[in-house]
Each structure stands twice: as C-alpha cells, then as structure tokens.
Design a protein around this ligand. Structure first.
Ligand code: PRX
Length: 639
C-alpha cells in the first residue's frame, strides 16, 4: 500500500500522510529501485541472495556451502571458503582506479588534517602488520586496541586482520577497570594505545589509564604507544614502545602478504554489556561478516564512488567496526573520520565538517541530534549542507521530534533518513529502510532482505499489530556473531533459549499494520546512555569497589538528551555518612573505573533495596517507583 502510493500516488496523497516518500532523484540512482521485488526474490532463496552478494567480493577459494545449519544455533556461513576481510577492504582496490582514491579523510579536533589513499593505507597497514609479527603476534592471537579517534586505530585493526590476529578494540572512553577486565578475558599479550586523546579541548590521558589497568593483569607483555598529544607519559622499559619508532625500523617493511583465512575464522572480539556479570565478547568472522556488512552498506547508503561518507560514531563500538572501518573500505568508499566533540569549539563543528569535505552521507545517533538541536538551527543554517544526500540514525530509538529536526534542518527535506536497527551481536543492519522505502519518523521500517523478525509475547505467540512485545529474529544472517568468546553456553542461554530456535534481541517493539517495526527499548538490564551500551551490573560493581559502598543498584531512567540516564541506589557500609561530597566522590569513582559515560546522573543513599526472596534486586520496581508508575506484580518481593 505504502509502496503503491510511493510509486503512483498523487502529490496530495503523499503530502497528507505522515509518511515521507523519496524524491525522484533518490529513486533514480538507488541500487535497490524496487524494494518489494528484491525482498520477494531474496525471501524465496536466502542462501542464493547471499551467495550472489558474496560473488561481488574476492575469495582465495570459493565456499562449498553458503549456510550450514546442522549445529543450531551455531550457524556457519560460506563454509570451505577462504578469504581475508583485508583482501576485500584494501588489496583488491590496489588493482583498480581506487588505488589512488582517498580511503580516509581525517580531521583532528585541534584543526590538524590528514588524508590517506587506499595505496597509502595499504602501506601503513602492511608496515604495522610486520611490526606486530616482529612483536610475536600470530594468527589467532588476541590484540587489544585502546586508542583515541586517530587513523592509526583503523590501521591497527586492519593490520591485525591482515595477519589473522583477532583484534579486541576497547572504546577509548572506557576507563581502568573496563579495560582491565577486557584484557584479562581476552588474554591479549599485545596492547596498542595512544599517549592521550583530544576531546573537547582537553586531553584524555589514555596511557595513564593503561598503566593503571596493567597493574591489575599480567597478560600484556608489549605495549605500542602512538604519539598524538605529545604530553609526557611513563614508558615502561622493555614493555612499552613508541609506534613511530617501531614503524621506522627495518622490521616495518611495507610488503606483507595478507593471511588466507577460513571464512569462519575469527576476525574480532567486541565486548558488550549484558544482563549479568562481566561483559561478554561477541566473536565475528572474516567471511560472513564481510558479506553482510558489505551488502547492507551498499544498499542502505546507496554508496558509489563520488560519495563522501561520514559515520560520526567511534570506531571502538560495533557501528565503527562495521560502518566506519570494514564496510566502507570493502565498498571502496571515501570516509571522513573526526577526532573530537561535536560542539568544540562551537556547536557548528559537525556542520563545518560536512561543508568542508562535501559530505554526502551522514550517519549518527539520535542523542547527538538531540544534543545539537538544543543550540538551535542557526548553527547548521550558516553552513552549506547542500552536498548531503542521505542521513542515517543508529543506537537508540529516534524520537519523531529529533527525526523531523534532522530531516528539515540538516537534510533540508531532501535526504531520506536511514534509521538502522541492529546490535553488536548482529554485526550488520537488520531492520532498516533502503533509500526508496517510504519513511515514518521513529520507525526503522522493515527487516533487510532475507531477514525475518517477529514480535512475541511471553509464551512465544506473535502479538497483534501495534501491540508491544519482544523482538526476535527467526532467520540466520551472515554477519551474526558466532558465539560468546570462551563461553558458548552463555551464547545459547542469552540469545537462543528464551524462544528456542529464535534469536532473542533483548529489545521490545511494536509492528504496525504496514509491517513497520517500532523499537521501544531494552527489556533487560542493559542501559543505553547517549547510545552507548552499559550494563547495570558493571555500574553496580564499580560502585561496590569503593570502600564506602556495601550494596548498589543501577537503573536507566528516561533522559531528554541522553535517551537514558543512570540512576543509582547505594547502601553505605557502617561508619560512612551519606553526604553530597561522598555522592560526588562515588560518581567520580565510577568515572575512573568504568568511564565518564557511566557516571551516574543521580546517587541516592538508601537503607535497603527491594529484593526478591531469592535475593535479586528488583530493578523493575526501583524504576517504577522512581517514575511514579504502577509497581506491577510485587508478589516475589521479600518481606
Ligand atoms: O536497543 C537497541 C538499540 O541499541 C541496542 C544495541 O546496542 P549496541 O550493541 O551497542 O549496538 C548499537 C549500534 C548498532 C539495540 O538492542 N538500537 C540500535 N539501533 C537502534 C536501536 N534502537 C532503536 N532504533 C535503532 N535504530
């Protein structure tokens, strides 16, 4: 119905609906002109759809089986195939005109700039790959990367992938304990970092955080430090080496063979917060992940060689892995990377970057849009944003108000907004429009080709249209995480046991009468703060690691700009007084242990926490009480 109006509807019909239809020039150039037709064909034979997409990439050896589902839920893709994501991200382009095309345009917060062609990227990646080999990194070894937003971050990731080492990037906004626990779990012997990072006109002392974290683990033997800020740092004799010094040695030869990997070999670990306990690492592979991210990027952002694409996320999260580093490079795209804060030195920094580099596609998070909206439209209006052609949104539901602001003031009512729903676990876009799909503000529209999603009640029955339920995915997809690192049982428990045979997303959603999905939010103990994913358990254990705290509970409550903010309830140990000063000290403590993004918005000292008879904190009840909502079923509450 929507499609029909899109194709044949009168101007008045389009105008009167709350639906946004693509303009003719968007439709004319789209890779997917007729969404319905492609969707239908893909649905008839999903492995065929993915095999055809995989044919567009380079393989050292072709796969025997597209999808092996003999050991559910441990699906395998492109079985028997041999490739390396770097072969597709870099090597292949060196044989084409893209060799001298820009891969990255980098803008430092302090005004410095640096651009890199595919040719130069290959050189830097090869050199660093040889450095890693000389430091003892071998195929399958884990390497932790903890850096600011510099070009050397993707270079380090690609160098690992090139030699078959498995990177584990820890977001540069995380702090001591978050870094330590991720190093410990992955048992990385090599760590790559920066002396510091520029953010908001200040220096984040990354190397100091590394030094602290390494006091808590013996796993790391070698640290490579990229010099970004030049502020003096401690360099541990025999452990720490400067990036630029290593890259100047004869070991850093610019010739390095790309390792031929099995399609199912691990490419990276990425830690993410879950419901309980320590963060878990999802494992992504060379083969299926390449095909899934390459394809979704091509179709959703309609990429071609004239584009200048900018994903304003951080490479340290899945959005950056898939859609700053790997998918754009595999598509031969030119990407902008900006180091710093959107408002430094003024709230027009982003719009200036769009203008300066002629950005055609801008991909960001609702929280950033809401944050910039606050400053009013005069800032974007002063910049020439006419190069933009498509916009994207990710990380949390986009409220219609922010959608319309983005659409009107940034996209100037010309640029469709690709609201992409997906997760660290899914590796690639799952529910998303392509540019010709009619849009409804706040809906990620429909599942990508071959993907089937449902909204279920507690018993596994589909709920009626427009009713809320649990979002599940019922078909496998190539970029799906293969397991939780070292913990396959946790993978099965977390994702595949609530509804056997179906992937449980942890989100709630509604589906409307047009089949459009409306994501509501997390139903577990994950809090999305400014689009960043944190676990209540992580915040609580950071609090409890302070000597004054006996017990703590963390919940997420709605926040106008951040989407959610962290509220915490703390029981003090005997002898500690509940003062404002102590509350501030605890906030700082969480900041130092976990990271500034995790600092609670509010700390309340309480004598008791509501618990079930089996001793579990009833966060649901805390949440209801804090918002003055009905308390629901409290029959399990202990006396
Ligand atoms: O709750 C959903 C929300 O982000 C969660 C996944 O977080 P993470 O693994 O950090 O990955 C974020 C970037 C892919 C989801 O379970 N989320 C992500 N995208 C959207 C979204 N919620 C609504 N709309 C989206 N477009």
């Amino acid at each position: 119905m929507l499609e029909q109006v899109a194709r044949n509807g009168t101007a008045a019909e389009k105008e009167n609906s709350n639906v946004y239809y693509p303009s003719a020039d968007i439709a004319d150039r789209a890779h997917v002109a007729d969404w319905e037709a492609v969707a239908q064909e893909a649905q008839q034979d999903p492995p065929k759809f993915w095999a055809e997409r995989a044919e567009e990439l380079g393989w050292y050896q072709k796969w025997r089986t597209v999808l092996d589902d003999n050991d559910k839920p441990f699906y395998k893709w492109f079985v028997g195939g041999r490739t390396n994501i770097v072969h597709n991200a870099i090597d292949r382009h060196l044989q084409t005109f893209r060799k001298n095309k820009l891969a990255f345009i980098w803008q430092g917060e302090d005004g410095s700039e640096h651009s890199m062609s595919f040719f130069s990227l290959n050189r830097e990646v090869s050199k660093f790959a040889n450095v890693l080999k000389a430091l003892g990194a071998r195929k399958g070894d884990r390497v932790t990367i903890y850096m600011g937003r510099v070009l050397e971050l993707p270079i380090a990731m690609l160098a690992c992938a090139k030699i078959g080492a498995v990177h584990s990037v820890v977001y540069g906004g995380f702090s001591v304990e978050a870094l330590h626990s991720r190093i410990e779990d992955s048992q990385s012997r090599i760590l790559i970092t920066c002396d510091g990072a520029f953010l908001n006109g200040k220096v984040v002392e990354l190397k100091q955080i590394v030094d602290e974290a390494l006091k808590r683990t013996a796993a790391v033997e070698t640290v490579v430090v990229y010099k970004r800020t030049g502020k003096p740092v401690h360099m541990e004799e025999g452990r720490d080496y400067w990036w630029h010094e290593l890259m100047a040695l004869p070991i850093a030869s610019p010739k390095c063979e790309t390792e031929q990997m099995d399609a199912e070999d691990p490419l990276f670990l990425l830690y993410t917060s879950g419901t309980t306990g320590r963060p878990k690492a999802l494992v992504h592979t060379h083969g299926g992940y390449s095909v899934g991210t390459y394809t979704t990027f091509k179709y959703v952002f309609d990429i071609n060689d004239e584009d200048r694409y900018w994903c304003a996320a951080d490479p340290g999260w899945i959005t950056g892995h898939s859609y700053i580093v790997y998918a754009p490079l595999m598509n031969g795209a030119t990407s902008v990377i900006y180091e710093g804060a959107p408002t430094f030195p003024y709230p027009d920094r982003w719009w200036r970057i769009v203008e300066k580099y002629g950005v055609t596609i801008l991909y960001t998070a609702p929280t950033a849009i809401r944050g910039l909206m606050r400053f009013g439209e005069a800032w974007p209006n002063r910049c020439d944003l006419s190069s933009l052609r498509l916009l994207g949104s990710v990380g949390e539901p986009i409220n219609p108000e922010a959608w319309r602001w983005y659409y009107k003031n940034i996209g100037k009512e010309r640029c469709p907004i690709m609201d992409t729903w997906w997760q660290t676990e899914t590796g690639m876009f799952m529910i998303t429009p392509t540019p010709t799909v009619p849009l409804k503000p706040g809906s990620a529209t429909r599942p990508f080709f071959t993907i089937q999603a449902e909204v279920l009640d507690d018993h596994g029955h589909p709920v009626p249209s427009n009713e809320e339920g649990y979002l599940v995915v019922t078909t496998p997809w190539p970029a799906m995480a293969r397991t939780v690192y070292k913990d396959p049982d946790r993978y099965v428990d977390t994702y595949w046991s609530k509804y056997p045979g179906k992937y449980f997303t942890g989100d709630s959603a509604r589906r409307d009468e047009d089949g459009y999905f409306w994501i509501i939010g997390r139903v577990d103990d994950v809090i999305k703060v400014s689009g960043y994913r944190l676990g209540t358990a992580e915040v609580e254990s950071a609090l409890v690691s302070h000597p004054a705290v006996a017990e703590a509970a963390a919940i997420g409550l709605p926040h106008e700009i951040k989407g959610n903010a962290i509220y915490t309830y703390v029981i003090l140990r005997g002898g500690f007084e509940p003062t404002e000063k102590l509350a501030e000290e605890l906030r700082q403590h969480v900041g130092t242990e976990l990271g500034p993004i995790a600092k609670p918005e509010h700390i309340e000292f309480v004598p008791k926490l509501p618990k079930t008879r089996s001793g579990k904190i009833m966060r649901r009840l805390l949440k209801a009480r804090a918002q003055g909502l009905p308390e629901g079923d409290i029959s399990t509450l202990e006396e």
